[in-house]
Design a protein around this ligand. Structure first.
Ligand code: ADP
Length: 433
């Protein structure tokens, strides 16, 4: 599922940025090519101005001059003297010459179809430039710049066609387009890799949380199945005669049932906290009595594990705390339960309360233990839902939900919860309200 989302996000990112890149490249190439052709045509026009005026100013048009214009295939020149073709240079009847003649014939036809007849009886030279395009395939056509001119000479009129083939420039343009297409292709490939990494990075928290949830579901089903099978096997043995044995089995059932209830309660609370804002029923509460009650409730559990559990309360009277009594009790119970679970036999746990007149938050609860402690890496994550450090995975009755619930409740009270090391070893959780 996540892989699909990852792939789709990558495609979306690449598609949008790649599309923008292609569009800007196309616009750039289009404008650049148009400007280039316009400039080339203007240059051709001014060149033709010079050619026509130099031909106009010479009394005898030399074949050498015309041949020099044709040199290197730059121009093709066709001259008619009073309607008769003017022959110059090496007239060799070969295929190339025939091709040129055919092209001249096409250009002349095109000129006659698209322009008025050349003016006659002019004193000055007349010339016009145009673009002739010859289709060579479905998508391709060769481009020619053409100058048609009339020169008035003493012996009569000379009509002149000068053709400048643009095919080599067209080829250059095609290479330019191919070059940009290649660059765009490489850029899109790079964008794909970039977005693949970026979306992978962005989805990492989602992936981690899905993995945690999957782990949680696996361990929660395990946690529910084990006590259920214990309860069922105990229930099967209850009909025995031995009263003492019956009592022991009932105690086991109660104990295991209690554990299942705790897990289900935590799951329900956690699920409800994730869909809605925490609902608080605040009332004025005696904070010291609240802490004392919690500590007393956990005394049997601590004694059973051989731990010293004590409470440190302020000596002077303190004002009441406005809070949701049951929710704060729940937070303290989570911290005390964890402290007992993660402290070795013989250790000690101290729950304390202090009151500070100054500052934003006046009540400070703390639960300090001398237990296994929490590594700096784990400290950053223990308040996340479903997080359990490796050492605590085997701890029964712990599902990685307690501290995330505690955090939601404390933050619902606009308070803070944090953890630090207990001097000498262990962890201390501090709540400020
Ligand atoms: P859990 O129900 O697994 O204890 P919590 O959300 O209450 O879940 O705690 C998350 C993790 O934080 C625990 O799995 C444990 O690794 C660590 N932790 C919590 N309290 C203590 C503590 N007092 N000492 C050491 N580790 C603790």
């Amino acid at each position: 599922m996540l892989k699909k989302v990852h792939f789709r996000l990558t495609l979306l990112g690449t598609g949008v940025t790649g599309g923008i890149l292609i569009l800007t490249t196309l616009i750039y190439l289009f404008v650049w090519e148009n400007n280039l052709w316009r400039n080339r045509f203007q240059t051709f026009q001014s060149d033709m101005n010079n050619v026509v005026s130099s031909l106009e100013n010479t009394t005898v048009i030399s074949g050498a001059y015309l041949s020099s214009l044709e040199a290197g295939g730059r121009y093709l020149v066709y001259l008619e003297d009073n309607g008769m073709p003017f022959l110059y240079g090496n007239i060799v009847e070969n295929e190339e010459r025939q091709e040129k003649q055919a092209l001249l014939a096409e250009v002349k036809d095109y000129y006659e179809d698209h322009f008025d007849d050349m003016p006659k009886g002019l004193i000055f030279a007349y010339h016009t430039e145009f673009i002739y395009e010859k289709r060579t395939g479905i998508l391709s056509k060769d481009k020619f710049y053409v100058c048609a001119a009339i020169l008035s000479k003493e012996q009569g009129q000379l009509s002149l066609f000068i053709i400048s083939p643009q095919t080599s420039y067209q080829k250059q343009m095609i290479w330019q387009w191919l070059f940009f297409a290649l660059i765009n292709l490489l850029a899109i490939l790079f964008l794909y890799l970039f977005f693949y990494r970026l979306t992978g990075y962005a989805l990492r928290p989602v992936k981690e949380s899905t993995q945690k949830q999957e782990r949680f579901i696996a361990s929660a089903s395990h946690e529910l199945r084990t006590p259920l099978s214990v309860m069922l096997s105990c229930a099967a043995l209850i009909p025995s005669e031995d009263k003492k044995e019956q009592k022991r089995l009932c105690d086991i059932i109660e104990n295991e049932g209690g554990m299942m209830k705790r897990l289900l309660n935590e799951m329900l609370l956690s699920a409800s906290l994730s869909v809605s804002q925490i609902a608080l029923e605040k009332e004025e509460t005696e904070a010291d009595t609240l802490l004392l009650n919690c500590v007393e409730a956990f005394e049997p559990m601590a004694n059973e594990k051989g731990l010293t559990l004590s409470a440190l309360l302020p000596e002077e009277a303190i004002p009441p705390l406005c809070c949701d009594k049951h929710k704060i009790e729940q937070v303290l119970s989570i911290l005390l339960h964890n402290a007992i679970s993660y402290t070795e036999r013989g250790g000690s746990i101290t729950a304390s309360l202090s009151y500070h007149k100054s500052g934003k938050r006046h009540f400070v609860f703390s639960v300090a233990d001398t237990g296994i402690g929490i590594s700096d890496g784990d400290k950053k994550q223990i308040f996340e839902r479903f997080y359990r450090s490796d050492e605590s995975r085997s701890e029964k009755g712990h599902f990685g939900l307690g501290l995330s619930i505690a955090k939601e409740i404390v933050e619902g009270h606009k308070g803070t919860i944090k953890v630090k090391d207990t001097p000498g070893g262990g962890s201390t959780f501090i709540i400020e309200l």
